[in-house]
Design a binder for this molecule. Structure first.
Ligand code: ADP
Ligand code: MG
Length: 337
């Protein structure tokens, strides 16, 4: 009998989806994008996304605090709405908790979740609370809306589109490596703390996403949660195209560069480490100029890291334009076991 781990996360999702019919006149986007999108006949579209955080897989209470965990649980869901150019509105919070936990955990968790929710204008509207034998499990379902714009899908990239990325990648992964190596979030080293905070307290790129959506700049978009190459693969597969990435253009922060030396991280680490929650998107050549204003208005760095070609898969190039092997794509559940 085949085991779940042999199939891997993405084959499992395919297998689950084939067991159900997806035909529904109100459903615009079903399984396979950052959010499901449906309409009730009016112009407004609703977005739905769900993300689960499991103790020991997604978080370790030695590394984070209940406050930051609460904020991150909401942030990762908001990030999926950002990935489609939507506006986050309401969420359901479901918790499975071992009975021996202190109530103060919940107070602090909720304070963090509420602070982030308030910042992005989302309201808690329900959920479920159950006992768990051992580990904490947090599941959030978030509802968003499209305000008169079309959702930006994963499957809209075409040959000739240019690939862009907000911010920098690798920071969250380096932060996690530092934590695993024994560095504390109270360290005196400012750049270590910066990387650690990017891991335990990510910020979803909602403002930037709204800018991109309202000006119809992107043909496809995804948030980088599993790793740049893995997430680009989702765009390329969905769109039936090939993604070319120039390794030396991939934006890295100063703190990352220093930590990468100290931790002896490989060159391709920032391409696959995940959890940066940056936006990865494709732009037709004639709309590339519109991105200047995004950088100015939100002081958000936007970097041109590659282009879309015909074909399939991902190709990685060094500064001499020689193709280099992609060894790691990113995180896939079960494969990491
Ligand atoms: P993301 O990283 O953006 O949260 P995932 O990789 O988790 O997206 O999921 C990819 C797609 O598969 C999404 O559309 C998600 O809703 C869908 N999906 C994941 N697990 C299931 C499941 N158990 N049943 C139905 N759809 C699922
Ligand atoms: Mg996503």
């Amino acid at each position: 009998m085949m085991k779940v781990r042999e199939l891997g996360e993405f084959n499992l999702i395919d297998r689950i989806s084939t067991a159900f019919s997806s035909e529904d006149k109100d459903l615009l986007i079903g399984i396979g994008d950052d959010c499901a999108v449906f309409t009730k006949g009016d112009k407004k579209m609703s977005l739905l996304t769900s993300d689960m955080l499991v103790e020991g897989i997604h978080f370790d209470l030695d590394f984070t605090t209940p406050f930051h965990l609460g904020a991150k649980s909401v942030a990762v869901n908001i990030s999926d709405v950002a990935a489609m150019g939507g506006k986050p509105r309401w969420f359901l919070l479901s918790l499975a908790l071992p009975g021996h936990m202190d109530v103060s955990f919940i107070d602090d968790f909720c304070a963090g979740a509420a602070q982030l929710a308030n910042k992005f204008g989302v309201k808690l509207i329900g959920g479920d609370t159950v006992a768990s034998p051992d580990k904490i499990i947090i599941s959030i379902t978030l509802v968003g809306e499209e305000d008169g714009t079309d959702p930006i899908r994963r499957d809209g990239a075409s040959e000739g589109d240019q690939i862009f990325l907000t911010g920098t990648v690798g920071d969250s992964g380096a932060g996690l490596s530092l934590l695993r190596g024994g560095t504390s979030r109270d360290s005196n080293n400012k750049s270590h703390v910066e990387l650690i905070m990017r891991h335990i307290s990510p910020t979803p790129r909602i403002k930037e996403s709204e800018f991109i959506a309202s000006r119809k700049i992107a043909t496809s978009m995804i948030d980088v949660s599993d790793g740049l190459l893995q997430d680009l693969t989702h765009i390329c597969r969905g769109s039936g195209v090939k993604g070319k990435i120039w390794l030396d253009r991939v934006p890295l922060s100063g703190s990352f560069r220093v930590a990468a030396e100290e931790l002896d991280l490989e060159d391709d680490f920032p391409l696959s480490c995940g959890e940066d929650y940056e936006l990865l998107f494709t732009v037709p050549l004639e709309r590339v100029e519109s991105l200047d204003l995004l950088e100015k208005e939100f002081s958000c760095k936007v970097t041109h890291i590659g282009e879309i070609a015909s074909g399939e898969g991902i190709a990685l190039y060094d500064s001499f334009n020689n193709e280099i092997e992609c060894r790691h794509y990113g995180y896939e559940h079960f494969k990491a076991e």
